[in-house]
Design a protein around this ligand. Structure first.
Ligand code: HEM
Ligand SMILES: *[C@@H]1O[C@H](CO)[C@@H](O)[C@H](O)[C@H]1NC(C)=O
Ligand SMILES: *[C@@H]1O[C@H](CO)[C@@H](O)[C@H](O)[C@H]1NC(C)=O
Ligand SMILES: *[C@@H]1O[C@H](CO)[C@@H](O)[C@H](O)[C@H]1NC(C)=O
Length: 485
């Protein structure tokens, strides 16, 4: 007994003796850090499971609610295997965006890079990011939007809408995806929607997407493994297209395809692998997001008949003016005239929050508003938490397009158009390259939808955060064609 006791005592003593210098070292290495409050949870896993637990898209979720209530809008945690600072503070978020590359850097988990590719735009940093961003911005420049893209957007919206049958129940989200996917592959690879190649690509892409959003377990049979295989299939396909184009260029018959692939081949020094990853990331960034945004609008609007009525008036007026002028295709001026629609777009993005939070890391030791953010820590700006904060938007849970009137006088103290409180597209050096295209897609889709149909939600469905936003049932709707006298 005594032996046993003293043995334990000895153990404890030696542990203390061994641990003391460690504690000391730890203390010395990080002098008087003033970290934000918070808890770190289990090692490695930390609070990741709570953070990623699905919740309705129009809320900030239990995790954020409880943590903000306990610790405030900036708190520390352990997420995705690393110590992390989580920010629901619009000022800090803006500070993070404006110091991209200087104090902070994009830092997505390894699994995302593994599947989107090491040259994906969402992953690359520094000069490589600058070059790829220039290509994306050039491709979606306002000149491109006004000329070729507006027409494409309208054509593809009508193509999808005209295929709808009355009284059938169908998934609005699938239809929205069809629209945005067809539009992207047309602009990137000049593929037409009924083309078998486009269909094959869409299939491979769907499998790929399932893996992007699944747990990164690389075993036979897992979604992640299947996705890596589809990634390979897609890359082979794009490679084949590239060879065709290079062949055409040699033969001097290059002028036909006014798409991103041709532009990149002619105007950049990117390697084949880099071009493949760039295209894949544009396809990903450009089609999942805006299709979810359209679905969210279709979900919110039936709950607000006054907004549907006002949309009818606005688009009816535009259509009438065009009929009188003998015009058929929408023009940029028509798009500019869709004032109320723009409020609806902003309100949909504010309440639905297609992109919930972003991944960054501190690349220097940073002090912000008295808090320390140590170098190497993850930093997660949570855009949604600002958009749904009652101190920035009155009744944030309410779908209220009119809050965007008069610069958002009903949007809270700072006003809804105050771009610190409303950042659905991120900010700074990584501000969404496709934001203008996304708004154009949503507005034009709504234009033809409103002119042609009335729709009802055929089944109760609600968007959830997984953390990508998705309708579990695909948002089933039924439509009736409008009858014109
Ligand atoms: C409603 C629809 C959309 C939303 C809410 C959205 C949101 C965002 C956000 C928040 C980022 C910043 C990511 C980060 O900082 O880590 C981003 C980046 C990006 N988005 Fe979008 N996006 C949308 C539609 C589109 C579309 C249609 C395209 C067209 C291709 C697109 C292309 C991109 C690209 C290329 C980037 C990377 C920019 C860079 O790293 O420089 N997005 N988007
Ligand atoms: C491609 O590389 C060449 C030589 O390295 C350079 O002169 C040219 O400007 C580069 N082009 C682009 C678009 O970066
Ligand atoms: C919509 O939000 C943007 C900020 O992303 C703002 O610049 C714009 O003025 C808003 N639109 C309207 C109609 O308020
Ligand atoms: C809205 O804000 C813009 C600039 O931020 C300003 O020029 C304009 O006068 C404001 N409009 C109203 C109605 O407050």
């Amino acid at each position: 007994m005594l032996m046993f006791d003293s043995h334990i005592n000895l153990c404890i003593l030696s542990l203390v003796v061994l641990a003391l210098p460690l504690v000391f070292l730890y203390r010395r290495k990080q002098p008087k850090l003033n970290l934000p409050p918070g808890q770190t949870g289990w090692p490695l896993v930390g609070e990741t499971i709570g953070f990623l637990k699905p919740y309705p898209a129009t809320t900030i979720g239990k995790f954020m609610e409880q943590h903000i209530a306990r610790y405030g809008k900036v708190f520390k945690s352990t997420l995705f295997g690393e110590p992390a600072i989580v920010s629901a503070d619009p000022e800090l978020n803006k500070f993070i965006f404006n110091n991209e590359g200087k104090l902070f850097e994009c830092s997505y988990p390894k699994s995302i890079g593994g599947i989107l590719g090491k040259w994906s735009m969402l992953v690359v940093v520094g000069d490589m990011h600058r070059d790829m961003r220039a290509i994306a911005l050039n491709f979606m420049s306002s000149a491109m939007l006004r000329t070729s893209m507006l027409k494409d957007v309208e054509t593809h919206a009508l193509l999808v809408l005209n295929s709808w049958k009355q009284n059938f129940k169908f998934s609005a989200q699938e239809e929205a995806k069809k629209f945005t996917f067809n539009l992207m592959v047309k602009n990137i690879l000049s593929l037409e929607p009924d083309n078998p190649e486009a269909e094959a690509l869409k299939k491979a892409y769907a499998t790929f997407m399932k893996g992007v959003v699944s747990a990164p377990l690389n075993f036979p049979g897992t979604s992640y493994r299947k996705a890596l295989q589809s990634r390979f299939t897609i890359l082979k396909f794009i490679e084949k297209k590239m060879e065709e184009r290079n062949q055409n260029m040699k033969e001097g018959s290059e002028g036909l395809d006014n798409d991103l692939l041709n532009w990149v081949l002619r105007n950049s020094n990117l390697t084949a692998e880099q071009i493949l990853d760039l295209i894949l990331s544009l396809l990903f960034a450009g089609h999942e997001t805006s299709s979810v945004a359209i679905s969210l609008a279709l979900h919110f609007l039936p709950g607000c008949p006054r907004a549907v009525q006002q949309l009818r008036e606005e688009h009816g007026e535009i259509a009438r003016a065009k009929r009188e002028a003998g015009e058929v295709e929408l023009t940029w001026d028509d798009y500019r005239r869709m004032e109320f629609t723009h409020w609806v777009v902003n309100e949909t993005l504010r309440l639905g929050n297609v992109v919930r939070f972003l991944h960054r890391k501190a690349i220097k030791d940073i002090r912000y508003k008295g808090y320390d953010i140590p170098r190497g820590w993850k930093v997660l700006p949570v855009l949604a938490a600002v958009h749904l904060d009652p101190s920035h938007f009155d009744h944030p849970q309410l779908f209220d397009p009119w809050r965007w009137q008069n610069n958002g006088s009903r949007g809270g103290s700072a006003g809804a158009s105050n771009n610190v409180n409303f950042m659905p597209f991120g900010g700074g050096g990584r501000y969404c390259a496709g934001s203008e295209l996304a708004k154009l897609e949503i507005a034009i889709f709504i234009h033809h939808l409103i002119l042609n149909y009335q729709w009802d939600l055929a089944e109760e469905d609600q968007a959830f955060v997984y953390p990508f936003v998705d309708f579990p049932k695909g948002l089933p709707i039924r439509v009736q064609r409008n009858v014109y006298l």
